[in-house]
Design a protein around this ligand. Structure first.
Ligand code: SAM
Ligand code: SF4
Length: 333
């Protein structure tokens, strides 16, 4: 299905919950966000119904996210049902990885094909400071589990924040010995960005992808390593908005996602659905379309109508808007 700017929209990102077992500094306040009530959140059967209707308008890929999707009860059964819906070609997930070691076999058997694991640092103390409550080893074990289970591709997403002073070369090197696709994502202004919000965003903290790529190459040269070169055939499936590079001979790649320094709005192929059943045409816009009411009324035609309305409302680009009503954990990252 094409939107009014001629883009093919075939990708749906669904937030399963606004709850999370982490409290990442850029995503949630320390005490968690004001959580949605159980009744507000789409039920598993409602999500299945939504995806059936969405497949009818041309959605082919579904990504489950959150909050942390793996804390949502019924997630394995949901994956199994979604992968069996005619027209749905792949179901993937974005997770902090903590619950993967104990769930990966069931998820794989249910048909999960790809996973993105979020990890911003390889330093245990810094990991704890960023996530406020997490242990680095748990997320690393999640990455190991995904690779051992043979998921492909396994991507590692790192948000880059200048004041955090992350070790980007060490990160990029994760792509050398194993088929890991490391992606650096520019820090985005989501939610209340004021200083007293506890999760503030400042322009000074954004590291434009080009600057970061040059920095990694500089560090690589200093360490006697070859520089990154544009990735060839090894570019991972579902490459989406990232630009991919690789170290010569590496098994994986290094990608840069630049929502701020190089919008990919012209290539945008997605709709988002929040955990409380609002369809969001654009991450950076607070215009939302309620699909929960139609789902609860069992009215597939109305669900279809809401999806088309949201699709028709997709803006041409996000016009450098700063701040949104909701943070990433509420929208679904
Ligand atoms: N809990 C899961 C996880 O962390 O992968 C899924 C949800 S999380 C909101 C999805 C992604 O959004 C994570 O990779 C996280 O780093 C990213 N994210 C959250 N807030 C962000 C921001 N302000 N700018 C850029 N990325 C952000
Ligand atoms: Fe949780 Fe993911 Fe947000 Fe971190 S980024 S608080 S893991 S939802």
């Amino acid at each position: 299905m094409k939107d009014s700017h001629g883009r093919t929209i075939d990708y749906l990102r669904i937030s399963l919950t606004d709850r999370c077992n982490f409290r990442c500094v850029y995503c949630m306040p320390e005490d968690g966000v004001c959580q949605m009530g159980h009744d507000e959140i789409l039920r598993i059967e409602e999500i299945e119904r939504l995806v059936r209707v969405a497949a009818g308008i041309g959605i082919k890929s579904v990504r489950l996210t959150g909050g942390e999707p793996l804390v949502r009860k019924g997630v394995v059964g949901l994956v199994e049902t979604l992968t069996s819906i005619p027209g749905i070609e792949n179901v993937s997930m974005t997770t902090n990885g903590v619950l993967l070691p104990r769930m990966i076999d069931d998820l794989k058997a249910a048909g999960l094909s790809r996973v993105n694991i979020s990890l911003d640092t390889l330093d245990a103390e810094q990991f704890r400071a960023i996530t406020r409550v997490g242990n680095l080893d748990d997320t690393l074990a999640g990455i190991d589990a995904a690779l051992e289970a043979g998921l492909n591709p396994v991507k590692v997403n790192a948000v880059t924040v200048r004041s955090l002073n992350q070790d980007f070369l060490e990160f990029a090197k994760l792509s050398i010995d194993r088929p890991l696709h490391v992606r650096f994502i520019e820090y985005m202004p989501l939610g209340d960005t004021s200083e007293d919000s506890g999760t503030g965003w400042g322009k000074a903290d954004v590291i434009p992808s080009e600057e970061l790529c040059a920095l990694i190459n500089e560090q690589a040269r200093a360490a006697g390593l070859p520089e990154l070169r544009p990735a060839g055939a090894s570019k991972p499936l579902g490459w989406g908005p990232a630009r991919y590079f690789e170290f010569p001979g590496a098994q994986g790649t290094v990608g840069f996602i630049s929502p701020l320094s190089r919008h990919f709005c012209a290539e945008c192929n997605r709709l988002r659905v929040t955990a409380d059943g609002k369809v969001r045409p654009c991450l950076f816009s607070d215009t939302e379309y309620d699909v929960r009411t139609a789902l609860r009324e069992g009215d597939d035609e109305a669900v279809h109508g809401v999806l088309l309305e949201a699709l028709g409302a997709k803006p041409d680009e996000h016009h450098d808007k700063v701040g949104t009503d909701r943070k990433m954990s509420q929208i679904g990252g």
